[in-house]
Design a protein around this ligand. Structure first.
Ligand SMILES: NC(=O)c1ccc[n+]([C@@H]2O[C@H](COP(=O)([O-])OP(=O)(O)OC[C@H]3O[C@@H](n4cnc5c(N)ncnc54)[C@H](OP(=O)(O)O)[C@@H]3O)[C@@H](O)[C@H]2O)c1
Ligand SMILES: *[C@@H]1O[C@H](CO)[C@@H](O)[C@H](O)[C@H]1NC(C)=O
Length: 289
């Protein structure tokens, strides 16, 4: 009986998904949109900025390295952004995070999409057993996200805007050698999925897209884990394209690369021990310990 009910529920779910009207994505949706992308001086954030620029968005960039921000800004202008601004800020300082939103309001007059992407303050390797390393990661990778969200809430309400949060497999599945990073990503998943649920009940329209990413070929990732894991990295350009599209269409979640991420999440729910064992083969311990 139970099995039949589950099968039936699955069938209904699949049909609903199949017949649900899928909105098609077009550059027109992005033209004139005011977007803040954090961590946009390199990596996936930089690529997302280019993606938004190509489609004519107004951009606010932010990170710590001013020279890099200037280079990204110039490229965004060439690609066709409606306007580009940047603000130098260190996200380990929550006052700076607040100021980034104030600057966004001052420069663009509002905000339509908040893309929370920056990452810092952690290293891949065995847990050092210090509280400082965990606090540092939580400050940069979790609390600053929350602060930016709180500061931007009114602007997003005004514009009926949305939030995109960059998470990771490490925010869904426990993994070794990035404990403080993983803790921050799990915290993000908890905070933003709970916030989404609460907003819905309070009938406040604030779509939240969580992007669950696998291994992406940014310089940072290749340098920190390139010789330590066996997996092959996926393209940061394609990743940025998929995340931007998912955010603009206000998907609940984006998985990238889909076939490397989604099946593992599903299998881990069903067979956690087996998946842990299989995943353990992915680490080159001789290069880590
Ligand atoms: N690459 C992957 O394999 C992978 C996998 C899963 C998830 N992700 C997620 O994807 C996102 C982007 O990662 P990525 O690979 O593109 O990293 P990345 O290339 O290292 O970029 C990180 C960005 O964050 C900025 N940043 C670092 N520390 C900061 C601080 N204290 N204050 C302000 N900005 C700071 C950096 O700029 P400055 O140094 O100039 O400040 C840079 O612009 C992250 O959320 C990451 O967790 C990546
Ligand atoms: C944090 O940033 C604010 C404003 O940007 C600055 O006044 C303050 O000195 C910073 N705090 C630290 C500890 O760097």
């Amino acid at each position: 009986m139970a099995a039949i009910r589950i099968a039936l529920a699955l069938l209904v779910g699949l049909c609903a998904y199949y017949f649900y009207p899928q909105e098609t994505f077009s550059a027109e949706m992005v033209r004139g949109m005011r977007v803040l992308v954090t961590g946009s001086s390199s990596g996936i954030g930089e690529q997302m900025a280019y993606e938004f620029a190509r489609m004519g968005a107004h951009l606010m960039l932010t990170a710590r390295r001013e020279n890099r921000l200037q280079e990204v800004m110039q490229k965004c202008q060439k690609l066709g952004a409606s306007s580009v601004h940047y603000v130098v800020a260190d996200m380990s300082n929550l006052t700076s995070a607040q100021k980034v939103v104030e600057e966004t309001k001052a420069q663009m007059g509002g905000l339509d999409q908040l893309v929370l992407n920056h990452v810092g303050g952690t290293m891949f390797g065995p847990f050092q057993g210090t509280i400082e390393s965990v606090i540092r990661s939580m400050n940069v990778n979790f609390f600053s996200y929350v602060q930016l969200t709180i500061s931007a809430m009114d602007l997003l309400q005004e514009s009926k805007g949305n939030i995109v949060v960059i998470s990771s497999m490490s925010g869904r599945i426990p993994g070794p050698f990035a404990i403080s990073y993983s803790a921050a990503k799990f915290a993000l998943e908890g905070f933003y999925s709970s916030l989404r649920a609460e907003m819905r009940l309070r009938k406040i329209d604030l779509p939240i897209t969580v992007a669950v990413l696998g291994y992406i070929d940014t310089d940072m990732a290749l340098n920190s884990v390139g010789d330590k894991i066996t997996q092959k990295a996926s393209s940061k350009e394609d990743c940025a394209r998929q995340v931007v599209k998912g955010g603009v269409l206000r998907y609940r979640e984006v998985f990238y690369p889909y076939w490397a991420v989604k099946p593992i999440l599903l299998y881990r729910e069903l067979l956690p021990d087996l998946v842990d064992q299989v995943m353990a083969y992915g680490y080159k311990l001789e290069n880590i310990l």
